[in-house]
Design a binder for this molecule. Structure first.
Ligand SMILES: O=C(O)[C@H]1O[C@H](OP(=O)(O)OP(=O)(O)OC[C@H]2O[C@@H](n3ccc(=O)[nH]c3=O)[C@H](O)[C@@H]2O)[C@H](O)[C@@H](O)[C@H]1O
Length: 438
């Protein structure tokens, strides 16, 4: 430093001492040079700051603004001996003839309940979830914490990540996959169509690609939807009915999933069972569903929109309680036959099934609201609205005789009892149980 100073001093010293004359040109050049250096530094700083702000700004808080392409760019940490040990331990089977199940979407509503139920009965369970921000991720984290207490580990990753999926199968030879990861919600499909293609089609195909090539191939049970019945008017909906008039892109991607399942069953001998869920509700549910945000808004004194069809026609749903759905999922896993392929090749015909899992007793949405009013002891501010054309259908009603016969499926919870359990959970989760339930 001092050497540098000296050198610069020597450089500017006049050759004839005492006759020092300022060289104006060199002085201004130097000043200009210093100024541009300062400018360059300032601009570099601004540029760097802009880049940092762009990459590290917080994610969109509203699910409506969530961008699936940003989601898919996320990188997750996985791998290493400690991680593998955790994966193995979570998937370790603890009962005789138990399964080793990979549950996708394990931090989701149905995923959490199914994972807990499998673990309880001694099956090995490993979850995978990308924890996206379609709805409040803190609820997913709370479900994750719940599962962790029961010994279920959730790997943070996307079902579109082939390397990760292959690694999981390398560490654990899963006997079954319970595929519940999906982009749900019928109305959101108009706002973010890409997220449905990303999860429900590309993600499903990626999962099946991996499943078909591993040895042994697992049996797969996956979530389809009542929405595949679309604009059908014949009720109750039977698995034999047409499903070629979906009313939303969500429904179309679930219908596509059923066709994709057929293909992988046909070509590769994968055992595949699709479950058409009918408006599942209950504790730890999804905040984007009507029963959930009606509860929140009624408590806040905020008006809710209740849809009705033309000429004051009733809009109704075959609301199905989560515990009944879980029993249906376990029944499907228990009756799933082994896949028949190996080495990526089919070795014989394999099982291919689709079941309705509903409640068989549709309830008008206005009645759902009346039940909530009674449980919450608050009158709703009702705003009756014409059913918008954004993916909703007027009614759903499941014929469940096939699931009854094959899976022993028998729903036991009516809407009043199920909502009571939901409201109790809701009040406890969000306000520490201060408000009473009838
Ligand atoms: O069975 C399925 O396969 C699907 O079920 C669920 O869809 P839906 O049955 O449409 O549930 P949900 O949105 O709770 O609306 C319930 C009722 O409230 C009415 N509804 C809704 C919103 C509103 O503001 N007002 C209103 O009246 C609305 O018209 C409807 O009649 C899942 O979200 C979906 O992911 C999928 O799994």
């Amino acid at each position: 430093m001092s050497q540098l100073k000296q050198m610069s001093h020597i450089d500017s010293a006049p050759s004839t001492p005492g006759k020092f004359k300022m060289d104006k040109a060199s002085y201004f050049n130097r000043v200009r040079w210093h100024t541009s250096l300062a400018k360059l530094a300032v601009w570099s700083f601004v540029f760097l700051a802009a880049i940092l702000i762009f990459f590290f700004r917080s994610p969109a808080s509203s699910p409506i603004q969530a961008d699936p392409s940003r989601r898919s760019l996320r990188t997750y940490n996985w791998g290493g001996p400690v991680w593998e040990k955790r994966v193995r331990s979570s998937a370790r089977v603890r009962s005789r003839n138990g399964f080793a199940v990979l549950v996708t979407g394990a931090a989701g509503f149905v995923g959490t309940h199914v994972s807990a139920a499998l673990k309880r009965r001694g099956d090995g369970v490993l979850g995978i979830d990308n924890f996206n921000d379609y709805y409040d991720p803190s609820l997913k984290r709370a479900r994750q914490a719940l599962l962790e207490r029961t010994g279920v580990y959730i790997v943070e990753g996307d079902i579109n990540d082939e390397t990760l999926l292959r690694k999981l199968f390398e560490v654990v030879p899963f006997t079954h996959v319970m595929h519940l990861a999906a982009q749900a919600g019928v109305r959101y499909a108009m706002e973010n169509p890409g997220s449905y293609v990303h999860s429900n089609i590309a993600g499903f195909v990626n999962l099946l690609e991996v499943c078909k090539s591993v040895n042994p191939q697992p049996a797969i049970v996956w979530a389809s939807s009542s929405s595949v019945y679309g604009l059908n008017t014949k009720v109750p909906f039977s698995e034999r009915d047409r499903t070629d008039q979906p009313a939303s892109l969500y429904a179309a991607t679930k219908k596509a999933g059923e066709e994709i399942a057929h293909t992988y069953n046909h070509i590769y001998g994968l055992s595949l069972t699709g479950l058409r869920f009918f408006t599942v509700y209950g504790p730890w549910g999804r905040p984007d569903m009507a029963y959930f945000f009606f509860t929140r808004d009624i408590l806040k004194g905020k008006a809710i929109s209740i849809f009705e069809a033309a000429n004051h026609g009733t809009v109704a749903r075959d609301f199905t309680y989560i515990d009944d759905i879980v029993r249906g999922c376990l029944g499907a896993l228990d009756t799933a036959e082994k896949s028949t392929g190996s080495g990526g090749k089919k070795r014989g015909p394999a099982q291919l099934r689709v079941f309705n899992l509903g409640n068989t007793s549709p309830v008008p949405v206005s009645e759902l609201v009346s039940i909530l009013e009674r449980l919450l002891k608050v009158n709703a501010k009702r705003n009756i609205m014409r059913l918008p054309r954004n993916g909703d259908v007027q009614f759903t009603h499941a014929n469940i005789s096939y699931a009854q016969r094959e899976l022993g499926y028998k729903p036991t919870t009516d809407l009043q009892s199920g909502l009571k359990k939901f409201v109790r959970w809701y009040l406890n989760y969000y306000s520490g149980g201060k408000k009473a339930v009838e």
